[in-house]
Design a protein around this ligand. Structure first.
Ligand code: SAM
Length: 280
C-alpha cells in the first residue's frame, strides 16, 4: 500500500486499536492527505531534514513527513498509537527504520536521540503554547517549523504590539523565532470534527537576543506585564520591582514611558527593562 492515510483507513486503525478519540488528549486526527502535504510543504521540509512531530496520532502527518524528510522522530503520549505507527509506515511502503517513536508526554522531554532540524505538528490544543515554547528553548537545532493550533492561539503567537491578540505567548515566542500565520484549516478535515477553528503558524528561528539569565529576567517581566494587561506598566511591574516608584525608575532608565501598558511594548523594550533592572 502506498500513499498517505485516508479517512476510512484512519477509522479502521482506530477501531482495531480500540481508540476512541479523547478531548483530554486533544485527539482530532487529520483525515485529508492533501492537508498533510500542504502543511509539510509550507514548512519547507527537505530531504536533508530530521523532522520532529509532536503528537503523531495515527500517522497522517507522519507519513507526509516520511515522504519528504531524511528521517522523522515523533513523540506520542498514547502508547496504543505510538506502537502502531511503525507498522502503519511499513504498510505504506516507508522504511520504518527512518522513524523513531518516543512514547512520552512531550512536556517532559528534555533530550532526543537525534538533533531535529524542523518541527511539524498538529499540536494537542490544550498544551500547544507551552509545548512550542519548550521545544524552541530545549532544541536549538530546530531551525524552522509549522504547527497547527487553535486559530485564536495562532493569532496570539503571531500577533504584533497594540493588537487585541498580542500577549505573553507573542513576545516569548519572538525571543526564539520570527512567527507568522501560514493559513487556516477547515474543520471537516478532522475526525472527529472539532468545535474550534484551526490555523497554521510558521516559525523561523533567529539568534537569541541574549543569554539565559537575560531571557529569564525578560520573561518574568513579560509575565507580570500581561498578568494585569489593563494596568499601566508601573503598576503591573510594581510587585516584581518592589514598588511602583521603583518600577517607574527602572523603566525611565530603560527609556520607556512607565504609563504605557504591556501590550504597547515589543520584545526589545521588555529586554531593555530587564537590562535596566539588572544594572540597578
Ligand atoms: N498528528 C495527528 C494528526 O494530525 O492526525 C494527531 C494530532 S492530535 C490534534 C494530537 C495528538 O497528540 C494525539 O495523537 C494525542 O494523543 C497526542 N498528545 C496529546 N497530549 C500529548 C502530550 N502531552 N505529549 C505527546 N503527545 C500528546
Amino acid at each position: 500500500m502506498t500513499g498517505l492515510l485516508g479517512a476510512s483507513e484512519i477509522r479502521e486503525i482506530a477501531g482495531r486499536l480500540g481508540v476512541v478519540p479523547t478531548k483530554k488528549l486533544g485527539q482530532n486526527f487529520v483525515v485529508d492527505a492533501n492537508t498533510c502535504r500542504r502543511i509539510v510543504k509550507s514548512a519547507d521540509v527537505t530531504d536533508t531534514d530530521i523532522a520532529l512531530e509532536i503528537g503523531p496520532g495515527l500517522g497522517s502527518l507522519t507519513l507526509a513527513l516520511l515522504e519528504t524528510a531524511a528521517s522523522v522522530v515523533v513523540i506520542e503520549i498514547d502508547a496504543r498509537l505510538a506502537t502502531e505507527l511503525p507498522l502503519t509506515a511499513e504498510r505504506h511502503g516507508f522504511n520504518p527504520e527512518l522513524l523513531t517513536v518516543i512514547t512520552q508526554d512531550a512536556l517532559t522531554v528534555n533530550e532526543l536521540p537525534m538533533s531535529p532540524t524542523v518541527l511539524v505538528a498538529n499540536l494537542p490544543y490544550n498544551i500547544s503554547v507551552p509545548v512550542l515554547l519548550n521545544f524552541l528553548a530545549k532544541f536549538p537545532t530546530l531551525r524552522a517549523g509549522v504547527v497547527m493550533v487553535q486559530s485564536e492561539v495562532a493569532d496570539r503567537l503571531a500577533a504584533k504590539p497594540n493588537t487585541k491578540s498580542y500577549g505573553s505567548p507573542s513576545v516569548k515566542a519572538n525571543w526564539w523565532a520570527d512567527m507568522s500565520l501560514a493559513g487556516t484549516v477547515g474543520r471537516t478535515i478532522f475526525w472527529p470534527i472539532p468545535n474550534v477553528d484551526s490555523a497554521l503558524v510558521k516559525f523561523v528561528r533567529h539568534p537569541t537576543p541574549g543569554d539565559e539569565a537575560l531571557r529569564k529576567a525578560t520573561f518574568a517581566i513579560i509575565e507580570a506585564a500581561f498578568a494585569q494587561r489593563r494596568k499601566m506598566l508601573r503598576g503591573a511591574l510594581s510587585e516584581l520591582f518592589g514598588s511602583s516608584a521603583a518600577a517607574s525608575e527602572i523603566m525611565v532608565r530603560a527609556g520607556i514611558d512607565p504609563t504605557l501598558r504591556g501590550e504597547a511594548l515589543e520584545l526589545a523594550q521588555f529586554i531593555a527593562i530587564a537590562n535596566a533592572a539588572q544594572s540597578a
